[in-house]
Design a protein around this ligand. Structure first.
Ligand SMILES: Nc1ncnc2c1ncn2[C@@H]1O[C@H](COP(=O)(O)OP(=O)(O)OP(=O)(O)O)[C@@H](O)[C@H]1O
Ligand SMILES: [Mg+2]
Length: 623
């Protein structure tokens, strides 16, 4: 028998090795961002096309590479970051294996452009399948740009294993978030399919957290900071009421490296004991700094698992630090929403809380009044009832007959069932409705008066209608007599194509018609009831402004595509300030508002109406 063992050709060996490091587009994102950070860049731009399947590009303004280093960087085990095995235990950089670029070059087409400050010209290199295709001098700014194109073009089996664009994009955003959180002093941006999703100015950790995880956390972060000779911990944990039903915003960094550790997570959970329910997860962004000799980061190819020299000390330290922070915050005598036992009992607090409701509620003026220091005294004790589920409140207080007052008045208004009257928390006085400044609707109630923000109210109404439509029966479409052809910018074309199915369900009949061109066959039948009279507002503008609004919402990655679309449409179709309403229209609006599941706030959390009670007025007038 002849000998049978053969050495694998380099490119195959490289592809196999690459599998450990580059599993999906997001892995390349992580590696390239980390390289840029290691190069001491102060500005790092990430560009993604097709969820990274066709392009992942990172542009930095870091130190750059010489022509020789540029070529070397793609060799396996080529690194500038460690020289001896001892260095492995003093690592201060994110990279150290010298494998990332070699791996990327083995499974994609790569274009590198790099220049050091001291060099006249930069270097351009094209490499694919581990083979250099081109190397030449090039004019370039200081720094490095690496573009990874067509990931797994040479490993179709792997390419087929990639998930949907949405799923891959989510992984990318996760990796981006982790690196951007760890380096708040560095500017980061993320552009996907020509649309800028994140634009993160350099700032402090708190600002970075709010930029990435949402402004909802603004008044909800508790500082953690403990320093010892052995280790330091700093960062933020969320107040208990920010705990979510899904394990979302939880981040541990050790020496600025994001890590996954069930063990340390347990330490934090323990610190929250009894402050949150068992099945909820608190938010945290915690940084542990300790002597690099006390950690081994070389236990996993992605470096996200690490080994501590003494795990138990770290556990105890993390738990104590978080406990300490939470205790300090809870003894502070602020009139904090989540500390008031009475409020804690309210049904609106006890009931399952969706993310939408949570962010919406957090933005209401009432909520802010409770949470903003020195402001709490403005809140009348009776106003707390507003936090309660209104149905319960009013049904227990109002005699049933009075609730019918509204129906007499509103016989003419559309969609009026006696059932809907039960939904209104108010009984309106005969005085009817008055529009103020073409913006607000004033109405006397038995107990005082309410002031309705016409746009916020209308947005809420449309929002709930569209949500229903998205779940069930599609919105009726009114076919245009003369279908209109519209031409869009390429980026908008991509976006519209992505939204087409959902738009159809919501009443828009749009068909692709050649490159960057679409035909609008129909729009929602009841669009004219909103603020978008079809005659004065051409289809092109309707679509343009819709896409604009959608992009605006796109910075909120937390919402699903459909949620963003519905919010955009609700805003777009809503009655804007300046639109005069007649009595009948005001009546219909108010009726529709109080048929909503959550009538008191707009989709983005602003109050739809303010209530003024008679007693309050009397008091204000010195009564
Ligand atoms: N954006 C960049 N700017 C300057 N130099 C870079 C950049 N990216 C890579 N390099 C150089 O190329 C080398 C190889 O990069 P690569 O990511 O493959 O390995 P590494 O970062 O050293 O280790 P690891 O495999 O753990 O990431 C780096 O050590 C660095 O010297
Ligand atoms: Mg690297």
């Amino acid at each position: 028998m002849p000998d049978k063992i053969l050495l694998l050709p380099d490119n195959i060996a490289n592809q196999i090795a690459a599998g450990e490091v580059i599993q999906r587009p997001a892995s390349a994102v992580k590696e390239l961002l980390e390289n840029a950070v290691d190069a001491r860049a102060t500005e790092i731009k990430l560009i993604i096309n097709d969820a990274g399947k066709s392009l992942v590009q990172v542009i930095d303004n870091g130190g750059g590479m010489s022509a020789t280093d540029a070529r070397m960087s793609f060799e396996r085990h080529a690194t500038s970051k460690i020289t001896t095995i001892d260095d492995l235990f003093h690592i201060k950089t994110m990279g150290f294996r010298g494998e990332a670029l070699a791996s990327i070059a083995a499974v994609a087409q790569v274009e590198l452009k790099t220049k050091r400050l001291e060099d006249e010209a930069g270097t351009y290199i094209e490499i694919e399948n581990s083979v250099v295709k081109k190397q030449e001098p090039v004019a370039a700014p200081e720094g490095t740009s690496i573009a990874m194109k067509n990931l797994f073009f040479n490993v179709p089996a792997r390419r087929n294993f990639l998930k949907s664009n949405n799923a891959e994009m989510r992984h990318i955003v996760d990796e981006f978030t982790r690196v951007a959180l760890a380096f708040p002093q560095v500017f980061f941006s993320l552009t996907a399919n020509n649309q800028e999703i994140f634009h993160l100015e350099s700032g402090n950790l708190k600002q970075r957290i709010l930029q990435l995880l949402g402004n909802n956390y603004n008044t909800k972060l508790v500082t953690v900071k403990e320093e010892t000779d052995y280790m330091n911990i700093y960062g933020f944990v969320g107040k208990p009421d920010t705990a979510k039903k899904t394990r979302g915003d939880q981040f541990f960094f050790v020496n600025n490296r994001f890590i996954k550790s069930a063990y340390l997570n347990h330490a934090v959970m323990n610190a929250y004991q009894e402050m949150i329910t068992r099945d909820s997860f608190p938010m945290y962004v915690l940084f542990i700094d300790l002597d690099p000799t006390q950690v081994d980061v070389n236990v996993h190819p992605t470096k996200q698992e690490i080994k501590f020299e003494d795990e138990k000390i770290i556990y105890a330290f993390v738990q104590a630090a978080v406990k300490h922070a939470l205790a300090q915050f809870s003894v502070t005598p602020t009139l904090d929403f989540e500390l008031d036992a009475n409020i804690q009992q309210l049904s609106s607090i006890q009931q399952p809380f969706t993310e939408e409701k949570q962010s919406a509620a957090a933005a209401t003026s009432i909520f802010k009044g409770f949470t903003e220091k020195h402001k709490a005294h403005f809140i009348e004790p009776t106003n707390r009832t507003e936090l309660k589920h209104w149905r319960e409140f009013y049904e227990s207080r109002e005699p049933v007959e009075t609730r019918h007052a509204l129906s007499v008045q509103s016989q003419e208004s559309r969609v009026q069932s006696s059932e809907s009257i039960h939904h209104s928390p108010f009984t309106f006085h005969d005085a009817g409705f008055t529009q103020l400044h073409h913006q607000y609707i004033l109405s006397q109630t038995t107990n005082g008066f309410i002031l309705i923000n016409q746009q916020a109210a209308h947005e809420r109404i449309i929002y709930e209608r569209l949500q229903e439509a998205a779940k069930g029966k599609a919105v009726a479409t009114q076919r245009s007599m003369f279908p209109v052809t519209i031409e869009l910018a390429p980026a908008d074309t991509v976006l519209l194509a992505e939204l087409m199915d959902d738009l159809q369900q919501l009443g828009y009949m749009i068909e692709p018609f050649g490159k960057n061109t679409f035909v609008v066959q129909g729009t929602p039948a009841d669009l004219t009831q909103g603020n978008v009279p079809k005659d004065s507002f051409g289809e092109k503008q309707v679509i343009d402004s819709l896409l604009e609004q959608f992009k605006h919402f796109s910075t909120e990655m937390k919402f699903s595509k459909r949620e963003k679309l519905i919010r955009s449409l609700a805003w777009q179709q809503s009655i804007k300030p300046g639109r005069q309403l007649n009595e009948k229209e005001m009546q219909a609006l108010v009726n529709d508002l109080f048929q909503c599941k959550q009538s008191n706030i707009s989709p983005d959390g602003k109050p739809t109406y303010l209530e003024f009670k008679k007693e309050q007025l009397e008091k204000m007038f010195g009564g």
